[in-house]
Design a binder for this molecule. Sequence first.
Ligand SMILES: NC(=O)c1ccc[n+]([C@@H]2O[C@H](COP(=O)([O-])OP(=O)(O)OC[C@H]3O[C@@H](n4cnc5c(N)ncnc54)[C@H](OP(=O)(O)O)[C@@H]3O)[C@@H](O)[C@H]2O)c1
Length: 162
Amino acid sequence: MISLIVAATENNAIGKDNKMLFHIKEDLLFFKNTTINKTIIMGRKTFESLPNVLPSRKHMVLTRDKEYKIDNSQVEIRHSLDEVLEEIKSSNEENFIIGGEEIYKQVLEKNLANKIYITRIYKTVEDADTFFPEIDEEKYKIIDKKILNKDAEVFVYENILK
Ligand SMILES: NC(=O)c1ccc[n+]([C@@H]2O[C@H](COP(=O)([O-])OP(=O)(O)OC[C@H]3O[C@@H](n4cnc5c(N)ncnc54)[C@H](OP(=O)(O)O)[C@@H]3O)[C@@H](O)[C@H]2O)c1
């Protein structure tokens, strides 16, 4: 099973200069609680933006660079998104695509995500350089929501076409 998890502003901004736009403690805790003990899949740029390897999660990092290596037993490198999706799509475990824009776009285009967890941050950032794609509401329906604080709310969408 494949889920996407993201925090985006009202205009779908997610990052700038390879950094997150916000560090909202309730959202960081939600991310941790949701992904703990699971596999997290990310693009090389998102991996490099992390302050460190996240505890108790297997990391799969996508890069086209065959020389790219990370010396950490929690981190596995993959060179093709199709290979990763093939590996995880039949697993009963929830596997999390954690970004960034390039990876979210490709996974949504292939219609392979079962769920989307989006933390909506009730702000607009005009000068962001990375964005989450518009959610296709014909395909994804809200099945749960949770207010994190006055500026942030989680919406869980399920893919009804899968
Ligand atoms: N708000 C949030 O929830 C959130 C979550 C995650 C990230 N972000 C933000 O998003 C930004 C990064 O996003 P991004 O779109 O620039 O980069 P990204 O998606 O994290 O990484 C892109 C890199 O992934 C590799 N890649 C992409 N598609 C691939 C494929 N099909 N096969 C193999 N490798 C592939 C390439 O690495 P190589 O160049 O090494 O080949 C590519 O340069 C940062 O600002 C980050 O903070 C925000």
